[in-house]
Design a protein around this ligand. Structure first.
Ligand SMILES: [Zn+2]
Ligand SMILES: [Zn+2]
Length: 54
């Protein structure tokens, strides 16, 4: 899989192009997706990231 963009809010949002989360029930709705380059669809490099603050 080439680079893709995933939501880290837990909704499972995935896009092949930059954008924002489209899931209205997601904590990160309308927030930018995070670029990921994984090849196993686990998005480990993104999902293990922790954001500063709350
Ligand atoms: Zn989301
Ligand atoms: Zn990924």
């Amino acid at each position: 899989m080439d680079s893709h963009y995933v939501c880290t809010g837990g909704c499972g949002g995935l896009s092949n192009t930059p954008g924002t989360c489209q899931a209205e029930t997601c904590p990160k709705h309308d927030q930018p997706l995070t670029e990921c380059h994984c090849e196993d669809t686990q998005h480990t490099e993104v999902m293990t990231q922790t954001e500063a603050g709350e």
